[in-house]
Write a protein that binds this ligand. Sequence first.
Ligand code: DLL
Length: 433
Amino acid sequence: MERYYQKEIETAPREQIRAWQDERLVSTVKRVYENVEYYRNKMDEKGVKPEDIRSAADLYKLPFLTKDDLREAYPYGLLARPLKDCVRIQSTSGATGKRVIAFYTQHDIDLWDDCCARAIVAAGGTEDDVVQVCYGYGLFTGGPGLNGGSHKVGSLTLPMSSGNTERQIQFMCDLGSTVLCCTPSYAAYLAESIIERGVRDKIKLKAGIFGAEAWTEEMRRDIENKLGIKAYDIYGLTEISGPGVSFECSEQGGMHINEDHFIAEIINPVTGEVLPDGEKGELVFTSITKEAFPLIRYRTRDICVLNREKCPCGRTHVRMSKPMGRSDDMLIVKGVNVFPSQIEMVLLQKGLTSNYQIVVDRANNSDSIEVKVEMTPELFSDTVQHLALKENEITEALKSVLGIYAKVSIVEPKSIVRSEGKAVRVIDKRHLY
Ligand code: DLL
């Protein structure tokens, strides 16, 4: 039987959800207009006043917000509450220069934890469960979000954070973890490691809650078979709170968006026009219950489809498909957001050319990234040893900017194929979408 964490909300009639959205949007817009100069200026520029927003049907009148706005307003420019009311920040997994921070009041954290609790209960979690959280803790929202959700459910929470596979498996066996929360690639890696160690019959896992990066149905089946569990997708982004913006139910047919907290729209990423349900486009979120950091019409850059058909699980909140790509060039490698422009910046700083190519691949469910860059005429006459030193130097610089290891190969001049149109800078062999 399907279980819910907040049944009345999760299965509320559509008219009720709409009424919540209308009321909460109107008050959020009024509040940000009054308290946040950045919003006031943006709305004034577009000639829209809080009085023009009388229900969610007026949402289209409001200006969009993008990651660039967040960077421009960094760090405090979008705060809608005094800093003294905030108790936490979190930040995107992106690296230096591209970081975006989000603020939370205690109330915001409470609601965020509720969203994650809904996801855990939808995956079968109860107070009798042992939830092993191996998302990163710290600035990344994965660990703190699922941790908070697990507490709300009343499950025994293992705040493992990522890495240290040996210890993960030991605790999983000794403490009988039943729900695993981590990225799908780490889940696949754990599954292999468990089989390799011959301890498959010692684990008690029944469900996994995997997200933060794209993963395919094939990968789902592979993890489910190897671990003998049911694997659920979970989606979210730091700007909008973190994991739990949407989550899968037992139907595994799209992720229910927590519509009492977030209004979702799909737009044409080029024109900004709102598209009807069922059409593929960029997902845009408006948070309607956040105190510290409410974002209005935030462009996620994730390409999705919304589905309002009735879900057999009984939840009435709209479902989004798995993200099918991005409308910008951001890559997610090993769970970390990587922009090609960051790589280009390092290469140019290190005196190389902008003739480069980024190759992303996945072997044994683990991501790898290689940066091939053409040598300059000066480097051409250098010794092999000197080239290797240069490669190391760039590897180090990339590591400090991206936060992950990228293999660097300096290749011969003109060996990277020139494109006749746009340069093909990124070759993503993972075929995730
Ligand atoms: O990845 C939050 C999160 C943590 C979600 C744990 C789920 C589980 P960011 O680091 O800000 O936040 O990255 C957000 O990651 O815009 C998507 O492009 C991508 N993403 C998140 N979840 C999924 C998913 C966290 N289930 C960006 N499938 C988003 C595909 C996902 N992509």
